[in-house]
Design a protein around this ligand. Structure first.
Ligand SMILES: Cc1ncc(COP(=O)(O)O)c(C=O)c1O
Length: 420
């Protein structure tokens, strides 16, 4: 695995200084991600403080940048892996197999066998056939039954694809697992990603309580509750309300004395706010109506939906705009309806339309915050356009505390400039 290169931020310097220094060097051909590892560390500490009973297993699919994963290993987090590839990656980065849950309910035979060879025993299921496959490939595994419990206010509902019905199917599946002699150790759910309803966790945890009782009736002693993901991660979206609901539900349905271990699989929460994208305007068209009045300014950026913008989360907040040519001081206050396009030849590659922006020029910088979740793992090189290059920053204090590894640079080093 390639060495991770960390850029150390000395005391008194911030990620904003990094952004200023990138911008000061002039427009770039390819987009850039500034990854702030201190933000990941802050998120972890906040989680621990707000949800002391819930052990986080970070969902690797959300952003698999090695610096993020390595930091989370150093912080002692667990990992939700969805494939053989993700498990392999985490083991190479030093994660202990006991800190991994294979949280995919439709696994390949080969990946189940691989998990067994590596000592990854905790895995989810939601159907009979999966149980039969697990019986054949990893009969000693510790199984977690995934039920369906959907938030009415989630951008991505996962229940359509995963999770059994808790009323009818779940008891039947527990019985079937018992008849196969398999060890079921817990229940999981995922209320949906991009969820805005913190209250939904209460009902889901209550629903799991009933299944714990049913399982006990048929001879299982369940010890694990996995509350999945679905927590917000943008810088202006705290998880306080989520923590309050979850802590209350745990106190009520799984009090400390029940000795039930509680884990979660947060993705967005850990990484959304850790990444800032610096993109540039590379082309522009001015659209006029038949009377000659301007109706739209169309800008073509060097990043888009086939790059690191999230398909599911249309961009609503305007980016920070910084003139590419610092000599041209613009005192413009007028705003115009504007469309931001990604660079590819596909017309679905549209970041936003109707956004009111000052008039932009070629080479201007657009700085987008909260770009850490799912964008990079879903990014492609469609049309030959580069994915953003990631530059990793961490404060010296955090670096020394975490003892990550030795490949470091200090200060703000030059980034490659584009030839315009
Ligand atoms: C099984 C599972 N766990 C966790 C997550 C992470 O969800 P989120 O990023 O909303 O926290 C996902 C996302 O799709 C998932 O499928």
């Amino acid at each position: 695995m390639r060495k991770i290169r960390y850029n150390l931020l000395e005391d008194g310097t911030s990620v904003q200084d990094v952004i200023d220094s990138v911008v000061a060097r002039g427009p770039l051909d390819d987009p850039i991600h500034i990854l702030d590892l201190d933000d990941v560390v802050r998120k972890h500490r906040n989680w621990r403080q707000q949800l002391p009973r819930v052990d986080p297993f970070y969902a690797v699919k959300c952003n698999d940048d090695p610096a993020i994963l390595r930091t989370l290993v150093a912080l002692g987090a667990g990992f939700d892996c969805a494939s053989k590839g993700e498990i392999e990656r985490m083991l190479k980065l030093g994660a202990d197999p006991s800190r991994i849950i294979f949280a995919h309910t439709a696994k390949s035979m080969d990946s189940i066998a691989y998990a067994k060879r590596c000592g990854v025993d905790l895995m989810t299921f939601d159907g009979e056939v999966e149980l039969e496959k697990i019986k054949q490939m990893h009969a000693d595994s510790s199984l977690v039954l995934r039920i369906r419990y959907d938030s009415p206010d989630a951008q991505i509902s996962l229940g359509k694809k995963f999770g059994c019905d808790p009323e009818h199917e779940a008891p039947q599946l527990l019985g079937y697992a018992k008849s196969l002699g398999l060890s079921v150790v817990g229940i999981s759910f995922h209320i949906g990603s991009g969820n805005n309803d913190s209250g939904c966790f209460y009902g889901a945890i209550k629903c799991v309580r009933k299944l714990f009782e049913y399982a006990s009736d048929i001879g299982y002693d369940l010890r694990l509750l996995d509350i999945g993901g679905g927590f917000p991660g943008e810088h202006d979206k705290p998880i306080d309300a989520y923590a309050k609901t979850i802590n209350l539900a745990l106190q009520r349905f799984f009090p400390m004395k029940s000795n039930v271990r509680v884990i979660a699989e947060p993705g967005r929460y850990y990484v959304s706010s850790a990444v800032t994208l610096i993109a540039n305007v590379q082309s522009k068209r001015i659209i006029r109506n038949s009377q000659g009045s301007i109706t739209d300014f169309m800008y073509y950026l060097n990043d888009g939906l086939f790059g690191s913008f999230d398909w599911y989360f249309p961009r609503q907040n305007p980016p920070v705009i910084i003139p590419g040519n610092r000599q041209l001081v613009r005192s413009q206050t007028e705003r115009f309806p504007s469309t931001l396009w990604g660079p590819t030849c596909d017309s679905t590659d549209i970041i936003c339309s109707g956004m009111m922006l000052e008039e932009l020029q070629i080479g201007d910088f657009l700085v987008f915050d909260d770009m850490g979740a799912y964008g990079m793992t879903l990014a492609t090189n469609f049309n030959g356009f580069a994915k953003p290059r990631v530059f990793v920053y961490i404060s010296r204090t955090a670096w020394e505390q975490l003892k990550l590894d030795k490949c470091v640079r200090t200060g703000l080093k030059p980034l490659k400039r584009c030839v315009q």
